[in-house]
Design a protein around this ligand. Structure first.
Ligand SMILES: CC/C=C\C/C=C\CCCC/C=C/C(=O)SCCNC(=O)CCNC(=O)[C@H](O)C(C)(C)COP(=O)(O)OP(=O)(O)OC[C@H]1O[C@@H](n2cnc3c(N)ncnc32)[C@H](O)[C@@H]1OP(=O)(O)O
Length: 303
């Protein structure tokens, strides 16, 4: 624990907030590529690229929203549509979520969607966050996160919805639910998800301190399942997918659903109340002030 906190102390501090170790800067343009082979089915919206290999049944869903794949309303909407199409596509049996941006899996929820907007926008944004979680946590197909970069807060939540997590072995990368570091509180279903992933005691420490883990520490607590060299993330995800695919789909699917249904049902039962809570919490002057300071710090932090 002390070791984890010491590592955490390397984060840049600003008031009560801390940042992930930086150093990487990103271009804001991206190049889209298309496959022509008849066995491959590629589609690309502006933020999500889908490459479905019909011969294996594996779809790679790549986030390509520079600079940091933050989960904006547009990002979430495009991802939701892509996942829905793949779920309906009988030729797809499994989905690998990964990033096309260097050093970042996803920077989590887009803070700009939670700052300086009106309550209607906050409600629409929050419903889209709930929607992507509900979709992924109850996704019938196999999901594997190929975590090829840092993965704070909402990024970590998205990775935790997957059936298996493989993280790149780069000590600069971090993963975790760091909400308390921003002065905000992870909602109950974020908490349920981490409890289901690492167990109650580890989740308590993790959530209260807003801990961000290196790949090796994340492996120790079971937040990720495997750590491999970065260049092997995708091939390892494909190999792992093949192992999942060896299990009869219906048996695997029903097992997943039985294990996750109580958690999914809890959000479904309180979805409207959760949206109201979010809107009222995020609209508070004190929270807006914290987020504003955090954004300023993010923008000023040039190394
Ligand atoms: C009782 C409770 C009831 C209800 C609940 C209520 C509310 C709370 C729930 C909210 C749950 C929140 C979940 C979240 O996901 S919040 C987001 C958390 N994310 C972070 O803290 C990550 C912040 N970012 C970083 O640490 C670094 O950017 C990162 C990812 C390590 C990358 O570092 P680096 O490569 O050096 O890149 P920069 O820092 O220079 O960033 C480039 C550029 O991107 C902007 N940016 C970064 N992250 C975000 C973000 N999450 N949203 C929006 N914009 C982001 C950054 O400002 C830079 O912008 P610039 O214009 O300067 O280029």
């Amino acid at each position: 624990m002390a070791a984890v906190l010491r590592r955490g102390a390397k984060f840049i501090s600003f008031g009560s907030s801390q940042l992930l170790p930086g150093g990487c800067k990103h271009g804001r343009t991206s190049t889209l590529s298309f496959f022509s082979s008849s066995n491959r089915n590629s589609s690309s919206s502006s933020k999500i690229k889908v490459d479905l290999d019909g011969s294996t049944g594996i779809a790679v869903v790549k986030f390509q929203s520079p600079p940091v794949n933050s989960m904006s309303l547009d990002f979430l909407t495009e991802l939701s549509i892509s996942l829905e199409k793949l779920e309906l596509d009988k030729s797809c049996r499994g989905v690998i979520l990964t990033s096309g941006q260097p050093k970042i899996f996803s920077a989590g929820l887009d803070i700009l969607d939670m700052y300086g907007k009106n309550p209607e926008h906050y409600a629409e944004f929050w419903k889209s966050v709930q929607d992507i979680w509900l979709k992924l946590y109850s996704y019938s197909k196999i999901t594997i996160a190929g975590i090829n970069g840092s993965c704070p807060a909402g990024g970590c939540l998205m990775a935790m919805t997957c059936d298996y997590r493989i993280m790149a072995d780069d000590p600069r990368y971090r993963i975790g639910l760091n909400e308390t570091q921003l002065g905000i509180v992870a909602p109950f279903w974020f908490m349920d998800t981490i409890v289901n992933t690492v167990g109650h005691r580890t989740a308590e420490l993790s959530l209260q301190f807003g801990l961000m883990y290196s790949p090796s520490d994340a492996l120790k607590i079971g937040l990720v399942d495997q750590v491999v060299p970065e260049e092997k993330v995708l091939s390892t995800a494909t190999e792992t997918m093949t192992q999942f695919m060896a299990i009869p789909d219906h048996a695997r699917e029903i097992s997943k659903s039985m294990l996750r249904k109580p958690t999914v049902d809890r959000l479904l039962a309180f979805r409207d109340a959760d949206t109201k809570n979010f809107v009222s919490f995020i609209s508070k002057d004190s929270i807006q002030k914290s987020l504003g300071m955090y954004l300023t710090m993010l923008k000023q932090r040039k190394v």
